[in-house]
Design a binder for this molecule. Structure first.
Ligand code: PAF
Length: 298
């Protein structure tokens, strides 16, 4: 399959590395225009902590024109610019897959003629240095259609190509529910760990129960307005389980702050607040956390 990966962050390099291993894939990577120098090799540290260097094929107009699949692996605040930069270079038949955290990054999906999918991951991956990614935790992917239509054959082909590269991966017809669950998890774990400068597991401390409870109540009210129904105890249990299973991890938002990168707060808690304002729902705790994160944000 002809594939272009957009973005050379942790998730971009993770997919590039695994997809390029297959001789049946032609994979290239499009690096951010902000990149000062692009090497001809990248470094990858795998799940067994083995590091090696691999050649890198850079995308160009020809690889974009021939792409059957594009994986957009940029931060949520770069999604719009990334799509605007490529939409006239690609075929209307090209399938676009969005891999970012958060929601609301691309408001005008319906203006795209291409079918679009969302890809949610629980794999752990980080960037040690530019062009050096490390796969830190095995996880699962959920893939689902968020715009347009595609034939069952194309859907099966894409699912098989991605699942072969980086198992486990499943196609789901409930992608909206799964996006909301991930959003709810991120809305609680990310800002608290970022503001408190703590590992995910420290969130299980009793002192965080009141704020976690209030955040979940607000998220449930906003989700219900979007026809997504969560049960309080079940959602709380799931969030705390994620904090437990990623106990030693530094959340992506905390990492962004520690490395003086812009956070994705606008597309995580900010998405909840923007929906809440339209619906007239009180989300004081989400608003308060946004202010606290913004005070630390670049
Ligand atoms: O954004 C993150 O860091 C992750 O999605 C999660 C689940 C909060 C674990 O660190």
């Amino acid at each position: 399959m002809n594939i272009v990966i957009v973005g050379q962050g942790a998730i971009g390099l993770l997919w590039y590395h695994h997809l390029a291993k297959s001789p049946t894939n032609l994979v290239s990577i499009s690096c951010s225009s902000r990149t000062i120098s692009i090497p001809n090799k990248y470094k990858f540290t795998d799940i067994k902590n083995q590091s090696d260097q691999f050649p890198i094929t850079i995308a160009n107009d020809a690889t974009f024109a021939e792409a059957e699949l594009i994986l957009v692996c940029v931060k949520s605040y770069h999604v719009k610019a990334a799509i605007n930069a490529i939409k006239n270079k690609i075929s209307t038949q090209t399938i676009i897959i969005f891999c970012h955290n958060g929601m609301g990054a691309y408001h005008d999906l319906s203006t795209l003629s291409q079918a679009c999918l969302a890809l949610l991951t629980t794999h752990g991956c980080k960037i040690n240095k530019p062009f050096h990614a490390q796969h830190t935790g095995l996880g699962h992917h959920d893939l689902g259609l968020i715009n347009g239509d595609m034939s069952p054959l194309i859907r099966e082909n894409i699912t098989a190509t991605l699942a072969q590269a980086l198992p486990t991966l499943a196609f789901t017809n409930s992608i909206k529910e799964k996006q909301w669950l991930k959003l709810a998890i991120n809305c609680v774990i990310n800002p608290i760990t970022a503001v408190e400068n703590i590992d995910n597991g420290q969130l299980l401390d009793k002192r965080f129960i009141p704020v976690i409870t209030e955040l979940i109540r607000e998220i449930i009210a906003v989700a219900a307005h979007e026809n997504i129904n969560f049960e309080f105890n079940e959602l709380k249990e799931t969030i705390l389980q994620v904090a437990q299973s990623t106990a030693k991890n530094c959340s992506s938002m905390r990492s962004d702050i520690l490395q003086q990168r812009k956070t994705e707060i606008k597309y995580i808690n900010g998405y909840i607040v923007s929906l809440a304002r339209k619906a007239g729902i009180d989300v004081t705790n989400n608003e308060k956390l946004i202010q606290q994160v913004k005070a630390l944000d670049v």
